[in-house]
Design a protein around this ligand. Structure first.
Ligand code: ADP
Ligand code: MG
Length: 270
């Protein structure tokens, strides 16, 4: 991580982070795509795992979900090794395990499978050593796919939209992280809260920022991701914002966030 190249470099630690919030449209995928890209630009090896049947992280890198020869579904349901499933992205140092539409049925298909909550956790060691960061893009639900993401992760990052009802459902999210912690993954913790879609023109946005900071304290990253049109346009070009418009405010925010996330990791490793 940031110790790379230093003569005092510690052994590098691979960190798996699930980006989760059961609300849709809060910036999970945007965060995974752009945080991942920014971490790769810092020189780290990044794997994005697209756990959302919608496949927005996959298409956000310009990868055609239907053309991919494998997806995370094959690992979860058919037990294929992850080592065979990752494909390159246009970003140097960043690879992705795509989603597939079949993932939409995985909840049902896994229902009767042994250790259904730990399928991803059991598969991940096959590939972990190849990466410094594994970022898991979770679907907007608290179903079995998300539980697999949480059970496989070291920590959770949670995007919160600076808008009405931002805090709604957060209690449920925290309870669920607690449940996974108690039953599946004792070391799981909330690593960081990311404030997204901040619109400086509204008073409400500042209220949400204050409330979230008051509640979560130092867990909230300093970086606040602004609401910008460029960020919303980038996915339709299949490009991370850092490629689409590298000098935009959104690109800067995600670069700053990557620095913060990276610093946290060094602290923990040291
Ligand atoms: P989720 O994965 O939580 O459902 P997304 O990351 O897909 O959320 O974001 C939802 C929509 O909002 C997408 O169309 C995305 O392009 C857009 N979006 C995300 N973050 C921002 C932002 N900071 N400013 C403007 N639009 C954004
Ligand atoms: Mg998404």
């Amino acid at each position: 991580m940031s110790t790379r190249g230093s003569p005092f470099a510690q052994p590098r630690v691979s960190l798996t982070l699930a980006c989760t919030n059961q609300k849709g449209g809060v910036g999970k995928t945007t965060t995974v795509v752009n945080l991942g890209t920014s971490l790769a630009r810092l020189g780290d090896r990044v794997l994005v795992v697209d756990l959302d049947p919608q496949g927005n992280a996959t298409s956000g890198f310009g990868i055609d979900r239907d053309a991919a020869t494998g997806s995370i579904y094959d690992a979860l349901v058919d037990g294929r090794t992850l080592d065979d499933l990752d494909v390159p992205s246009p970003i140097e140092g960043l690879r992705i395990i795509p989603a597939a539409i079949e993932l939409a049925g995985a909840d049902v298909e896994l229902a009767t499978v042994e250790s259904r909550e730990r399928r991803l956790a059991h598969a991940l060691p096959d590939i972990r050593d190849r990466f410094d960061w594994i970022l898991i893009d979770c679907p907007p639900s608290l179903g079995l796919l998300t539980v697999n993401g949480l059970a496989a992760s070291d920590d959770v990052i949670v995007p919160i939209q600076c808008e009405y009802y931002a805090l709604e459902g957060l209690g449920q999210l925290l309870r669920n992280v607690g449940l996974v912690q108690a039953n599946l993954n004792p070391a799981l913790d909330i690593r960081g809260i990311i404030l997204t879609m901040y619109d400086a023109r509204t008073k409400l946005a500042d209220q949400v920022v204050s409330e979230v900071r008051a509640y979560f304290g130092p867990k909230v990253y300093e970086t606040v991701v602004p609401r910008t049109v460029r960020l919303s346009e980038a996915p339709s070009f299949g490009q991370p914002i850092i490629v689409f418009d590298s000098t935009s405010r959104g690109a800067k925010a995600y670069r700053d966030l990557a620095q913060e996330v990276s610093r946290g990791a060094t602290g923990r490793a040291g």
